[in-house]
Design a binder for this molecule. Structure first.
Ligand code: AP5
Length: 214
């Protein structure tokens, strides 16, 4: 299956993508995670991406498209993949379609996780991430077993630098302007599935798996 997960920042794209990835055994590709890895390793890409991410803006299309194109050409994507956080603009969606077309492939499903903005701000304030392995927690909805320690690798959990209320509001504005149009883009192509994501993780996962038929 080649699946795109759409949704506002904090809608739960990463949480659901990692559950689906484990369940059906296809890679979870998060452009945000790729950028954060590069920022951590202080690469040229990381330095460039940080300038945009810290301001709540999108990293330019040409850079993001090149990264995803290279990633989906790798052997582990031959049985499918889950794109989390890409595409985020119509230009990215068009570029994805043309790259897949050259590989005689296509997107099977697009899942939109729909959560109201106010719920999102409340959620993001409680998010904690492991800088070592990328695992994501929530202080209330998905707490780690030991406070501030990652269950997977015992790394010290942190707040993401772009999870301040000011940046979250900017990211939401960018989402509504630049990414939301993709909902109709994929609806018109007959690929869109919408799941309400305001309930807890378990209930949302049940709805997601039912919608995907897996
Ligand atoms: P990215 O990392 O993709 O950030 P995002 O889209 O803003 O989404 P998040 O990762 O913040 O949230 P999520 O929807 O994955 O939610 P999560 O599962 O963590 O991108 C970061 C930045 O990189 C962008 O701002 C941009 O600058 C750049 N970028 C990335 N892709 C790009 C692209 N294609 N083009 C250009 N620039 C790009 O959940 C959030 C929290 O809520 C967690 O704590 C979780 O435990 C909790 N939670 C999840 N589900 C539930 C639930 N159902 N109930 C209660 N709590 C829940």
């Amino acid at each position: 299956m080649r699946l795109i997960i759409l949704g506002a920042p904090g809608a739960g794209k990463g949480t659901q993508a990692s559950i689906i990835s484990e369940k059906i055994g296809i890679p979870h590709i998060s452009t945000g995670e790729i950028f954060r890895d590069n920022i951590k390793n202080e690469t040229d890409l990381g330095k460039l991406a940080k300038e945009f991410i810290d301001k709540g803006q999108l990293v330019p299309d040409d850079i993001t498209i090149r990264i995803v194109k290279n990633r989906i050409e790798q052997a582990d994507c031959s049985r499918g993949f889950i794109l989390d956080g890409f595409p985020r603009t119509v230009a990215q969606a068009n570029a994805l379609e043309s790259s897949l077309c050259k590989m005689h492939q296509w997107i099977n499903k697009v899942l939109d996780i729909d959560v109201p903005d106010e719920k999102i701000i409340q959620r993001m304030m409680g998010r904690r991430v492991c800088p070592d392995c990328g695992a994501t927690y929530h202080l209330i909805h998905k707490p780690p077993v030991n406070p501030d320690k990652c269950d997977v690798c015992s790394g010290n959990l942190k707040r993401r630098e772009d999870d301040t209320e000011e940046t979250i509001r900017k990211r939401l504005a960018v989402y509504h302007k630049q990414t939301e149009p993709l909902i109709n883009y994929y609806r018109d192509k007959g690929l869109l599935l919408v799941v309400k994501g305001a309930e807890d993780v378990k209930d949302t996962t049940e709805k997601v798996l039912r919608a995907l038929g897996v």
